[in-house]
Design a protein around this ligand. Structure first.
Ligand SMILES: *Cc1c(COP(=O)(O)O)cnc(C)c1O
Ligand SMILES: [Zn+2]
Length: 485
């Protein structure tokens, strides 16, 4: 293990929390989620980031391209980009469960021609717990391990509120790290899918259900984090944002560090993911690793759209942020009326437009019907999009309607979770079983149901050859098969 790609990076940063409100700097030796002075959310900053500038952008590209072939587990996941993420961790701290390096799949030719635009899905559902949340958890847990090692803590209770995927990821990483770490997750009862509920249960976490929606659970968890000794794993935890920046780094690397004429579509829920993605691209640009920032399109359902409403006002001076009450949404993982990371989005949108000019950032609002049909349409063309991935496709179609897309542009859609986590919504569509609040009416051409060939009574009393013949005849009739001669 002494080839370049297997050597652990030597650069060490000096990281501090920075408050987005009063700009206070806080030591990372303590767990902080909000500023003790003004209550605003925090970001993590490497005060030695400028030192990375000593290596030219083209050289960084080479380093990361080489490292893609590493045999070191610590560098196989999101820490391929160690220097840009959390260069204060030691190899022994790093947790790797196979997260990151998710494929970008060009959409099938039929889907591209249906949409009228070239597009691709980055399949973040191919992460270990089947959503992008693993990227952030890998970083948050690595940092937690470092803290435990330093302080010699013998018990750490990790907590999070969740629309389903945060708790699945948190429970998975907690189960793997074990030792001092115990995982507790708080879920809005009936507002996560059965698959998402099964995940933390299977990982052995303590699962607490509360009445209400995600925003209610989040308030309870915030109260716990402020008043008791617990480690918060929601994206309020700035270490998660760092890990999720890897999505931007991988996307850039996939396209050979050339992001001209690329538009990145991201669903917005608590707004941690879009924060991380913008932050990541900005870092790459600052170091000359990319020359052009891609355009960013956030997408929100009309049933949970506070960020869309904020940016609807074109005059920045007149914009006002208001949380919204949410209505039921098939993009349930993004069904959030008061996104914790909203101040971070505002901060990075400003930087983004300063660096790349206006028109680089948009938020698109889509209807529930378009979201579920976006998922069905993607998956009918060989993709594995969840409802939030479908939301991105709906967002792309809407952006085209609004005249915001360039014909030459390639749209890269974040399929944030695996379709199987949200398969209940597909079933509700196929069975026309949506409650009226969803405002979804299935279109016959998209509905697919199993066909029963024979009933159990038809089978009763038949010998095996009789059964085969009878069943085969029914199949032949059903499919209108032609005989071979
Ligand atoms: C968490 C989640 C989102 C929303 O991401 P935020 O960072 O909360 O904006 C979207 N899709 C899926 C599948 C998620 O799990
Ligand atoms: Zn502050």
């Amino acid at each position: 293990m002494d080839t370049t790609q297997d050597r652990f990076p030597t650069h060490r940063g000096r990281m501090t929390y920075v408050c987005l409100g009063c700009k206070a700097r806080l030591d990372i030796a303590e767990l902080h989620y909000t500023c003790p002075h003004c209550g605003e959310v925090l970001l993590l900053e490497d005060e030695r980031f400028a030192a990375l500038d000593r290596i030219a952008g083209i050289q960084w590209r080479k380093i990361f391209d080489l490292r893609a072939a590493t045999r070191r587990c610590e560098l196989k996941g999101v820490f391929r980009f160690y220097e840009l993420i959390a260069p204060v961790l030691e190899p022994e701290d790093i947790v790797w469960l196979g997260e990151g390096n998710t494929p970008i799949i060009p959409a099938s030719p039929a889907l591209c021609s249906h949409v009228g635009q070239d597009l691709a899905f980055k399949n973040d559902g191919q992460n270990p717990s089947a959503s992008f949340k693993d990227r952030g958890m890998a970083c948050a847990f690595s940092y937690l391990k470092a803290l435990i090692r330093r302080h010699g803590w013998d018990q750490v209770l990790t907590v999070c509120a969740s629309t389903g995927d945060t708790s699945a990821a948190a429970a998975l990483y907690a189960a793997y790290v074990g030792g001092a770490i115990k995982s507790v997750v708080l879920l809005p009862q009936g507002k996560v899918t059965p698959q998402q509920l099964a995940q933390p249960l299977g990982s052995g976490a303590v699962v607490l259900e509360l009445p209400g929606v995600f925003d209610d659970c989040m308030k309870v968890v915030e109260h716990l984090a402020e008043n008791y000794r617990v480690a918060l794993l929601n994206s309020k935890n700035a270490w998660r944002i760092l890990g999720q920046e890897s999505y931007a780094f991988e996307t850039a690397q996939h396209y050979a560090w050339d992001l001209a004429d690329k538009a990145i579509f991201v669903p917005i829920g608590n707004a941690g993911n879009i924060t991380a993605i913008m932050s990541g691209f900005l870092k790459l640009k600052r170091l000359g690793i990319i020359e052009v920032l891609p355009r960013i399109f956030g997408v929100q359902s009309a049933h949970a759209d506070p960020v869309f409403r904020y940016y609807l006002e074109r005059n920045a001076a007149k914009r006002r942020y208001h949380p919204v009450p949410v209505r039921p949404s098939v993009a349930q993982a993004a069904m959030i009326g008061n996104p914790v990371s909203f101040p971070r989005v505002r901060c990075f949108v400003e930087q983004y437009e300063q660096s790349g000019g206006p028109g680089l950032f948009h938020v698109i609002q889509v209807e529930e019907q378009a979201i579920i049909e976006g998922m069905l349409m993607a998956n009918r063309h060989g993709h594995i999009a969840c409802t939030q991935g479908g939301e991105c496709l709906a967002g792309l179609l809407r952006a085209r309607e609004l005249g915001l897309m360039d014909k030459e542009e390639l749209a890269v859609l974040d399929a944030t979770a695996h379709s199987l986590k949200f398969i209940g919504f597909q079933e509700m569509y196929f069975a026309n079983a949506f409650a009226p609040e969803y405002e979804i009416v299935p279109r016959r051409e998209l509905v697919n149901r199993p066909h029963q060939v024979l009933s159990a009574e038809d089978k009763a009393g038949l010998s095996e050859p009789e059964y085969v013949l009878k069943a085969a005849r029914s199949v032949v009739e059903l499919l209108g098969l032609q005989s071979r001669d």
